[in-house]
Design a protein around this ligand. Structure first.
Ligand code: NAD
Ligand code: DAU
Length: 354
């Protein structure tokens, strides 16, 4: 079967990547979607069982940090575009082991940029596109009422955000120097089905269900701006097809919550869904030592993507959170396989038993 286009999606077995792969495989049957993933602890092919047999889907297991492998992959397939999501993504892990973040997030990204540049130069980049998926954490920590705009100066504070900022700079440098046709997005905190239970929401949903402590870092006053993952995937589709080459778009839900307010809302919804007495889950809240260098507030101004490309979130937070809880409750087998019934946050577990 011949396809109109072949698109490489990296990190497609992870949380956001799996939603992007599913959207593209289903929405673009005339495009071949190649999912390249190393299957680290965060990669899980069970996130994609519903589309794994689709005729326009191929999985390739490999490491973006392996130069020879990546060069070979670009020779094997004639990619028209790349949507690059593969990364080490958890801030707490970056505090404990930063080098993995340099290797995958920085070196891996430069490997992909080089391979795309080499493979595409003969065609003078005609019809090609390299889309780099990044985070709002590159802008640093807000302490006033302002928002992150596309031209906000970079000020990364954690090893994770420093590695993502570095990769963003390389992507822009390849556009400036070699005219590689790139687009970038910087998105706020995602939540939804298939998120690895080291991140706040799936970790706390699982702990509430299994009656384990909810480790709240510091006083729980830090603020995050939450977006439903399927809305992020929709935004990626929009920017991949309609974003202007060389441009950056911020993606966010205009949906700020202090951690503790969000956790209290989660506890309330979980009590209702599990048929427990009101206030039961809140008793699990346990304040633990703060994350080192914990960014205080992130908040995205998503006006540009709304005005220029017409993207807005499709679900309210109340709908998204309810859908998310329902998904985890209905997919306990998925969770048990990951946690083996015993997973606790990578970082907080050090403090819980003090
Ligand atoms: P995730 O950790 O759930 O998934 C990452 C995927 O990348 C996994 O499948 C993993 O196996 C794969 N991977 C890791 N190292 C690799 C390597 N060397 N080679 C090939 N594959 C490798 O991450 P996520 O939360 O889905 O984030 C995806 C992307 O979106 C990342 O670039 C992240 O920085 C960005 N992002 C995430 C959020 C969020 O809230 N989760 C928000 C904004 C941006
Ligand atoms: O803003 C986008 C970023 O959001 C992405 O780039 C990252 O890949 C993603 O992991 C996420 O980073 P955060 O550090 O904001 O997410 P996390 O779920 O780890 O934490 C959310 C907030 O909750 C943060 O303020 C720390 C706090 N927290 C987290 C955990 C895991 C707790 O209080 N207790 C916990 O156990």
């Amino acid at each position: 079967m011949s396809f109109k286009k072949t698109i490489l999606i990296t990190g497609g077995a992870g949380f956001i990547g799996s939603h992007v792969v599913r959207l593209f495989v289903n929405k673009y049957p005339d495009c071949q979607i190649v999912n390249l993933d190393k299957l680290t602890y965060a990669g899980n092919l069970e996130n994609l069982t519903d589309i794994e047999k689709a005729s326009n889907y191929i999985f390739e297991k490999g490491d973006i940090a392996d130069t020879a492998y990546i060069q070979g992959l670009f020779k094997k397939y004639n990619f028209d575009g790349v949507i690059h999501l593969a990364a080490e993504s958890h801030v707490d892990r970056s505090i404990v082991a930063p080098m993995e973040f340099v290797i995958t997030n920085v070196i891996g990204t430069v490997n992909l940029l080089n391979a795309a540049k080499d493979a595409w130069k003969e065609s003078k980049y005609e019809g090609k596109r390299f889309y780099h998926v990044s985070t709002d954490e590159v802008y640093g920590s807000l302490h006033d009422g302002s928002f992150f705009l596309e031209d906000t100066s970079y000020d990364p504070q954690s090893p994770y955000s420093a590695s993502k900022a570095s990769s963003d700079h390389f992507v822009r440098a390849y556009h400036n120097t070699y005219k590689l046709p790139v687009v970038l997005t910087n998105c706020s905190n995602n939540y939804g089905p298939n998120q690895f239970p080291e991140k706040l929401l799936p970790l706390f949903i699982n702990n509430i269900q299994t009656n384990k402590a909810l480790p709240v870092y510091g006083k729980g006053e830090n603020i995050r701006d939450w977006l439903f993952v399927i809305d992020h995937a929709r935004a990626i589709d929009t920017v991949y097809h309609e974003g202007k080459v060389g441009e950056t778009y911020n993606i966010g839900g205009h949906n700020e919550w202090t951690n503790i307010d969000l956790i209290r809302l989660l506890c309330k919804q979980m009590d209702q869904k599990l048929g427990r007495a009101a206030g039961t889950s809140e008793k699990l809240i346990t304040y633990v030592t703060d994350r080192a260098g914990h960014d205080f507030r992130y908040a995205i101004d998503a006006t540009k993507i709304k005005n220029e490309l017409g993207w807005v979130p499709s679900v309210t937070f109340e709908q998204g959170l309810s859908l998310t809880i329902d998904w985890y409750l209905a997919n306990q087998v998925w969770m048990d396989k990951i946690t083996s019934g015993a997973y606790e946050s990578y970082y907080a577990q050090q403090y819980l038993n003090k």
